[in-house]
Design a protein. Structure first.
Length: 481
């Protein structure tokens, strides 16, 4: 009773964990946006800006999705807009202009008339503030500019003001991009994944940003050419931070996929190890194949890509399926009935004294009928040679050999033909994964073989029949129909 109770509790906890984990993973950017909006409502603009930046790091696209703030209060996902407003109300007009311009460049906010009007008004006000800060360029209290208009090499004060405004906008955009990159880099570091490549990717961007900011801080003495050059460097830095952030996001996705695939592989491996320990078939080829693959999977690690791990899991599962079948056959194989003296047991064709009873004489119709039944019984027929070799080649990871063997046109029964198409589909799918999921011809070939399986047996369900194929292939098979 206690054991049953523990089993029930354990299953409930497992179901709860499976339900909660994906929800938490999916809701990061939504949760950060909602948190930022609540800070924004309470006029805690510094905390709001931090939360909006975290949301942008996870989901940089302003998709306009309606998110629940509380009760029946909803707000659409426009994090750059609210980040810009938070920065503006924190007297950071440079950052606000960069955030609002990022929102405007994405374009979706243009369809929100009220928000877009506020964005335009905020941009106008912040640009006026920044322009007013530039007024001391010519001196205090209406004194003449430090640089005479006639001496300006590339135009008048309007052009200089325009170049200064462009620089501060690009600096704001670079600051937003840098913040988003830093958040993404922290996620990579939290996974204990290497960050050296990411740091090298932004090293020049950091130098460009610092140089541009130095020019901005000394704008009173800068020429228009220097302001324009600094604006270009700030823009290049923003682009570099955006690219590095995408690299970090990709790295996080890949690491999580590899670790999830390894977890699934270890589950299959542990089950196979238990089966090997329970079995007495240590001298069979099925046992040796399964043992070798278990050893190989235990040596797997983060150095492998997802395609390699899923291929190994698929081979291990198929080997386990073949091993279980060998165990089943051994369990039902008839044993000779031998008494303690070593004499043969009772024979239906001989009498108690060992003499022939005369039944089922050679040539009797009864013997011919029994022989024909034995020959035509599918359960007693060996698998076609090429099909058996293809199965062995699949366990050996020789997918090219699988396709070659099953393309010979050997005469097969419908059941064998179905097995052949399924093996070919799995082999093409494995080659597609090992090629980095880029070979469209292999993908098309795998789909074709999967559809041929469905034509031969429309009711085939890999989740029910227990063919031992990997989860990734089962998902692919369902999607191909």
């Amino acid at each position: 009773m206690i054991r049953n109770h523990r089993d029930i509790v354990g299953r409930c906890l497992l179901v709860a964990a499976l339900c909660l984990v994906p929800c938490a993973a999916m809701a990061d950017w939504k949760r950060d946006f909602v948190e930022g909006y609540r800070y924004w409502e309470n006029k805690r603009y510094d905390r709001a800006a931090e939360a909006f930046r975290r949301a942008i790091a996870d989901e940089p696209t302003e998709n306009g999705e309606r998110l629940t703030i509380s009760g029946m209060t909803f707000r659409k996902y426009y994090p750059y807009f609210y980040l810009g407003d938070s920065l503006a109300k924190s007297n950071d007009c440079e950052g606000a202009v960069g955030a609002w311009q990022a929102s405007e460049q994405q374009g979706r906010i243009r369809g929100e008339s009220d928000l877009y009007a506020e964005l335009q008004q905020g941009l106008s006000e912040c640009r006026q503030v920044l322009a007013a800060r530039d007024e001391p360029r010519g001196g205090d209290g209406g004194d003449e500019p430090a640089v005479e208009e006639g001496d300006q090499p590339a135009g008048g004060r309007d052009e200089i003001a325009e170049a200064f405004q462009s620089l501060q906008q690009q600096l704001g955009r670079a600051d937003v991009a840098r913040s988003a990159f830093n958040t993404a880099r922290d996620r990579v570091s939290a996974l204990s994944a290497p960050t050296a490549d990411l740091d090298r990717q932004v090293s020049s961007a950091l130098r460009d940003l610092q140089a541009a900011r130095t020019t901005f801080d000394g704008a009173n003495e800068a020429s228009i050419e220097q302001l324009r050059a600094a604006s270009s460097r700030a823009s290049a830095a923003a682009d570099a931070f955006d690219a590095a952030k995408r690299s970090a996001d990709t790295q996080v996705t890949q690491v999580n996929r590899v670790r999830k695939a390894l977890e699934e592989l270890m589950t299959v491996t542990a089950s196979a190890e238990q089966a090997l320990r329970r079995s007495e078939l240590s001298q069979t080829s099925e046992h040796r194949t399964l043992q070798r693959l278990v050893t190989e999977s235990r040596a797997a690690g983060d150095r492998m890509n997802v395609g390699q791990i899923e291929s190994l899991e698929q081979r291990l599962t198929l080997a386990r399926n073949a091993f279980d079948e060998a165990v089943r056959r051994a369990a039902i194989e008839p044993k000779p009935d031998v008494d303690a003296g070593g004499d043969a047991g009772e024979n239906p064709d001989r009498g108690a004294d060992g003499s022939d009873t005369g039944e089922a004489e050679p040539g009797d119709p009864g013997e011919e009928t029994a022989g024909e039944d034995a020959i035509t019984d599918d359960a007693l027929l060996p698998e076609p040679l090429d099909l058996a070799r293809a199965a062995t080649a699949f366990f050996e990871r020789d997918y090219d050999r699988v396709v070659e063997l099953l393309s010979t046109g050997e005469a097969l029964t419908p059941r064998e033909e179905l097995a052949g198409h399924l093996l070919r589909a799995a082999a093409h799918h494995a080659r597609y994964l090992l090629a980095g999921a880029d070979d469209e011809q292999e993908l098309a070939a795998a789909r074709e073989q999967a559809r041929l399986c469905a034509t031969l047996d429309p009711t085939l369900d890999l989740e029910i029949v227990g063919l031992g194929l990997s989860p990734s292939f089962r998902s692919f098979y369902r999607a191909s129909l």
